[in-house]
Ligand binder design. Structure first.
Ligand code: B12
Ligand code: SF4
Length: 461
């Protein structure tokens, strides 16, 4: 039995060992545990549970309160889960996470009483105290959404000032050893505002480098972790902060391989060199478009030259790279998309991720669609009820078929290029790289159908 069960609902099956450890719920759980509540976290994908099985697992815990993380893509699954729990007599359900922060109306659409907007470490525990123990009141809960029989009261999202004061996430509540990458945050928020990005806090908050390195050292010591993924929206926002983390990793001989996501205009050769020396192996850059004007129009004001330089520096230093490309940003034509493929091939990243731009609540892109009358506020409810099947954004004059065709062409031209393939085969260093190389060879021979080989990823910056 647990007082509180926190759930990452199913999105798609994640082969064990191939994914990223969850972090939002372990952070929330840590504060709950410190206040004396017993907590269980259910990570549906890692535990390979479908909606029905998640509901049974939750019910077996006979929780007094249930919390569910809601990402936009997971809405249909969240709805089924809430309905299944209701059928099992579990109605004390609270929702939170990126979708709820941006679209509080969803609490009513799900037929629930409570949601929390923003970072809920302290908000959730205050709500638990109020609902479970009658301590305090609803007004104490920062970011609270209350659905009072259809009348919605939604507080402003809460973004914590001092993220250094948070206790470390309760990693013991998830299968920390089984994820391929363990996610650690050294900062929260991003000051930029790219058109399509669902990052919601412009105010950047940093943890002290000391506490970041302590956390990583603890992960190595307690869980034998070797691979860390910095989840920061933009890891190199403050070069001094990164340099200090790198210095401490080396000084304390903390041996981990680590990855990060950042912007090409926020790195230089010196910084990348220090990062490499402290264990950095992989840097992902949001390139978005190979056409500078389109990139700028999307809010990513980074020049072609800066991008070329960042990729060249990484290559010289032996840092692996990924270029993330979006097809279908406003104003883009099919010819522009093809120029993006050429550009990516010219900068020679180790991986390229080509995606069709998607619309998320709270983004400038969604605001624009609303203003242009191309979407209504009911779009998320429709998506949740499977009435709208796609979140893809298409610029005027481009059809979905064309966007998908260019996407397929992009993967083919990038990954099945003879030079790229040969480099992959020659560079095999571990079992994952071996499986990637084998997969690409099979795709080249027409035996496997080509998808992005670096399977499950979440990119930004
Ligand atoms: C790591 C990551 C992943 C990992 C997920 C690992 C995991 N299980 O968490 C992987 C690679 C699997 C992934 C996949 C995807 N991701 Co992702 N991901 C991230 C990333 C980089 C970090 C998440 C994180 O750990 N944050 C740190 C913690 C502390 O914050 P948090 O998770 O938001 O949790 C806080 C609050 O949201 C809230 N909260 C969270 N849960 C709950 C629950 C309750 C009950 C309450 C009250 C509060 C609450 O309190 C938490 C503590 O402060 C974020 C970007 C970011 N900077 O956050 C994107 C992000 C969450 N992903 C995003 C997207 C779009 C995707 C994909 C759709 C990508 C794709 N095209 O496939 C998929 C969807 C997966 C799904 N399940 O639906 C978007 C979400 C937008 C949206 N509206 O849904 C984000 C915000 C990126 C962005 N800026 O656009 N992702
Ligand atoms: S895409 Fe990157 S730089 Fe742009 S707003 Fe999102 S996190 Fe910030």
């Amino acid at each position: 039995m647990s007082d509180v069960v926190l759930v990452y609902p199913p999105y798609r099956n994640t082969p064990p060992g191939r994914s990223y450890s969850p972090l939002g719920l372990p952070y929330v759980a840590s504060v709950l545990e410190n206040c004396g509540y017993s907590v269980r976290i259910v990570d549906a994908d890692m535990e390979r549970l479908d909606v029905g099985s998640v509901a049974s697992v939750v019910a077996a815990e006979r929780p007094r309160l249930v919390g569910i993380t809601v990402l936009t893509h997971a809405l249909p699954g969240v709805l089924s889960l809430v309905e299944s729990l209701r059928r099992l007599g579990i109605t004390n359900v609270v929702v939170g996470g990126p979708h709820i922060t941006a679209d509080p109306q969803m609490v009513a659409d799900l037929g629930l009483r409570y949601g929390i907007r923003g970072e809920a470490e302290y908000g959730f525990v205050k709500l638990a105290k109020y609902v479970l123990d009658g301590i305090g009141s609803e007004d104490d809960v920062e970011g609270l959404i209350v659905n009072d029989g259809g009348r919605l009261r939604a507080g402003r999202p809460c973004f914590l000032e001092d993220i250094d004061a948070l206790p470390l996430p309760a990693r013991h509540l998830v299968r920390t050893r089984d994820y391929r990458f363990t996610v650690v945050f050294s900062s929260r928020g991003c000051p930029y505002q790219c058109l399509y990005c669902a990052e919601q806090c412009r105010n950047v908050r940093f943890r002290s480098p000391d506490s970041v390195v302590d956390e990583i050292a603890g992960l190595v010591r307690d869980y034998g972790i070797r691979d860390v993924d910095f989840g920061d929206s933009v890891f190199t926002l403050d070069n001094e902060h990164v340099l200090e983390i790198c210095r401490l990793l080396r000084e304390r001989s903390v041996r981990v391989r680590w990855n990060c996501i950042t912007r090409a205009d926020l790195v230089d050769r010196k910084l990348l060199g220090v990062m490499k020396d402290s264990g950095c192996r992989f840097v992902s850059f949001g390139v978005e478009s190979g056409v500078e004007d389109i990139r700028f129009a999307g809010g990513k004001r980074i020049t072609d030259d800066a991008i070329r330089e960042a990729f060249a520096s990484c290559r010289q230093l032996g840092l692996r790279t990924r270029a993330s490309i979006l097809f279908g940003t406003p104003g883009e034509t099919v010819a522009d998309m093809r120029k993006s493929i050429d550009f990516v091939r010219s900068i020679r990243p180790d991986y390229a991720l080509f995606s069709i731009t998607q619309v998320f609540p709270g983004t400038p892109l969604f605001g624009r669609l609303l203003r242009e009358g191309k979407a209504g506020n009911d779009v998320w409810r429709n998506f949740m009820h499977n009435k709208t099947l796609s979140l893809d954004y298409l610029p005027d004059g481009v059809t979905l078929e064309e966007a998908y065709e260019v996407s397929r062409e992009a993967f083919r031209r990038f990954y099945l290029d003879n030079g790229y393939l040969w480099g992959k085969v020659r560079g095999v260093g571990d079992v994952y790289e071996l499986s990637e190389a084998m997969f690409l060879v099979l795709a080249k021979l027409g035996v496997a159908s080509l998808r992005e080989p670096a399977d499950e990823v979440c990119t930004n910056a």
